[in-house]
Structures are given as structure tokens and as C-alpha cells.
Design a protein around this ligand. Structure first.
Ligand code: RB5
Length: 142
């Protein structure tokens, strides 16, 4: 199960990603926001992170205007590794190297097409399981 959430800045892109996930047969849980009315991104990032840490969802996608507010919020949670990505190389590398479990996207930064491309890369790229990357990830929190 993929968790997804946005603030008002990412609301339209959240709908786009959800349509894409449906077309791919991927199940998701939507943590809001549910309208384009102005709201506060931490209110949506927090429950999404908690659902991942509780193993209700395996990974998540957060969208705001820049992706940055969402990533700052998400990375306050030990066990969450959130990456703002604007291009394919980073989206792939953050899965392979960082085992990122949250992708953060900026709807005012990237095109709708890029948003879907990065979503696909993030969801399809496995962690490398390489010993050196495991060691580095463990050092983040210990
Ligand atoms: C909302 O205007 C905007 O600040 C928010 O979407 C996000 O970009 C914050 O990081």
C-alpha cells in the first residue's frame, strides 16, 4: 500500500498521481488534503509518516509547492527517509543508495509528466541492499 498526501500546492498533482496509480493497479491510501483550499503541509505529512512507521503503508509520496516543507517535516521522524527529487537520477539513486521511503515532489517546480516519471522510478527501483549503503543508513540514526 502506497501512502499519498499533499497540501493545497500539491493537490492537483496528487490527483494526477492517484489516477496513474489506479491505471497501474497500485493500491494507495490518501491522507489528504481533499480540496484546493489553503492548508498546512505538516498536517498531511505527519499522518503519512506515522502510517509508514506503523507498517500500514510501505512507502509514501508527499507533494507540496516545492516538496521542501514536506521533506523537512517527514525527515523529523526517525525511520523516515524522505527525498525531494526533481530529476530521474536522484529518484533512482535515493532508492538504491538511501532506501528512501518517502518521495517528495514540488508541484510548482516540476511538470506533470516529470511528476509521473519520478513516481514510477521511485516505486519501481529496489534498494541495492549493498553492505556499504546499509551501513550508511544505519549511521543516520545511531
Ligand atoms: C504553500 O504556499 C507552500 O509554502 C507549500 O506548498 C510548500 O511549498 C512548502 O514547502
Amino acid at each position: 500500500m502506497i501512502a499519498i498526501a499533499s497540501d493545497h500546492g500539491g493537490f492537483e498533482y496528487k490527483k494526477l498521481i492517484e489516477e496513474h496509480l489506479v491505471s497501474c493497479g497500485i493500491e494507495y491510501k490518501d491522507f489528504g488534503t481533499f480540496s484546493a483550499d489553503a492548508c498546512d503541509y505538516p498536517d498531511y505529512a505527519k499522518p503519512l509518516c506515522e502510517s509508514i512507521l506503523a507498517d500500514e503503508c510501505e512507502s509514501g509520496i508527499l507533494i507540496c509547492g516545492t516538496g521542501i516543507g514536506m521533506s523537512i517535516t517527514a525527515n523529523r521522524y526517525p525511520g523516515i527517509r524522505a527525498a525531494v527529487c526533481t530529476e530521474a537520477f536522484s529518484a533512482r539513486a535515493t532508492r538504491e543508495h538511501n532506501n528512501a521511503n518517502v518521495l517528495c515532489l514540488g508541484a510548482r517546480v516540476i511538470s506533470p509528466e516529470k511528476c509521473i516519471e519520478l513516481t514510477d522510478i521511485f516505486l519501481q527501483t529496489p534498494f541495492s541492499n549493498d553492505e556499504r549503503h546499509i551501513r550508511r543508513i544505519e549511521k543516520i540514526e545511531h
